[in-house]
Design a protein around this ligand. Structure first.
Ligand code: AFP
Ligand code: FBP
Length: 322
């Protein structure tokens, strides 16, 4: 099995980006260790604080965020970071070439039940001449990402990453402490019989999504003429990992639970990096209005509708909106 750096060199990834990726992965190895020790190290449960999104922070969220932030800001490669857990972007080295956005621990509600969680990251190039302090530099669409990935802290710690030359799977080999390439160029099957959605929100969805899911649930005697299975891990990293592994459609559609906030998932920390991975694996990543990676961000904590996975199934879902 190939080690990470030679695999990246094979994809002609520039040396400074390889160095940044190695920095990110050093943080994930530490987080992986802390996650495995959380019950022993007093890291279960919540802090008394809320993040900028109004969500109660788990202790592990805070630890993972601090680890990531410190290692990136001290690396010299990073002009600024933006994190789901920070109010605003944080300036790094004024000469740093890259911007890193991350969700240090996605799937926080799974922490206390010892279930799947992960770290998601997205890398853009810094805009020449822009001040490291200026959060506007993060307002670049997903199609400008130079790298995106996640690390899944599951039965194995797995890295799934793209630098624009396919989506590859790596596994953390604890015997030598590095990530090894286990699957190059994974492909999302075009068709699927599996969907992922939080069904408890059904009454809040718009009519097209209601109709689409009704037709999936109707099974082989319904208009789709086949049975569909449902899975929901409550951590996008886990659900997208399944989609990348065996296909499926994952959606967090618009809903009217809180009319002032129709979307749940975050563009910079969740939707864009996952879209890059899914598209590089031959899948589709859309909102009901267009391609996620073409959205021009207006703020770093922007939320967005997400419909992604097996290309033909995403297309079928979108046909309900026409
Ligand atoms: P956190 O960012 O708080 O960890 O939430 C995870 C998440 O945004 C995403 O990973 C899941 O797909 C989604 O929440 C789960 O949402 P439900 O609470 O509706 O199940
Ligand atoms: P396995 O024994 O094949 O691992 O199946 C697991 C299981 O029996 C339960 O752990 C789980 O609750 C259930 O299958 C899931 O069933 P479904 O496919 O209906 O969601």
């Amino acid at each position: 099995m190939q080690r990470l750096a030679p695999a990246l060199r094979q994809d002609n990834v520039p040396l400074d980006l390889i160095s940044l990726i190695k920095t990110i992965l050093a943080a994930t190895k530490e987080i992986s260790f802390r996650v495995s020790q959380a019950h022993l190290g007093g890291l279960m449960g919540s802090t008394l604080d809320e993040n900028i999104q109004g969500e109660v922070q788990k202790k592990l969220d805070v630890v993972a965020n601090e680890l990531f932030k410190d290692i990136l800001l001290e690396s010299g490669f990073v002009r600024a970071i933006s994190s789901e857990e920070e109010d605003s972007s944080v300036a790094g080295d004024p000469e740093g070439k890259f911007l890193v956005s991350f969700d240090p621990l996605d799937g926080s509600s799974n922490i206390d039940i010892n279930s799947l969680i992960g770290t998601i990251f997205s890398i853009h190039e810094a805009i020449p001449g822009m001040d490291a302090e200026d959060p506007a530099q993060f307002q670049q669409p997903g199609n400008k990402q130079v790298c995106a990935g996640y690390v899944l802290y599951g039965p194995s710690t797995m890295l799934v990453m793209t630098t624009g030359s396919g989506t590859h799977f790596y596994v953390l080999d604890r015997t030598h402490g590095g990530y090894l390439l286990v699957d190059r160029n994974v492909q999302v099957p075009k068709d699927t019989q599996e969907f992922a959605i939080n069904m408890s929100n059904q009454r809040f969805w718009q009519a097209p999504m209601q109709n689409y899911i009704n037709d999936l649930v109707a099974g082989e005697t319904g208009p789709r003429g086949k049975n569909f299975n449902m899975r929901w891990i409550a951590a996008m990293v886990g659900d997208i990992h399944r989609v990348l592994t065996r296909g499926g459609i994952f959606t967090y559609p618009a809903d009217n639970k809180k009319p002032e906030q129709p979307y749940k998932l975050r563009l910079m920390y969740e939707a864009n990096p996952m879209s890059f991975l899914i598209e590089q694996a031959g899948g589709a990543a859309m909102t009901s209005q267009g391609r996620i990676m073409d959205i021009q961000p207006e703020s770093i904590h922007q939320r967005v509708e997400v419909i992604m996975g097996s290309a033909n199934e995403v297309e079928t879902c979108l046909s309900y909106y026409k």
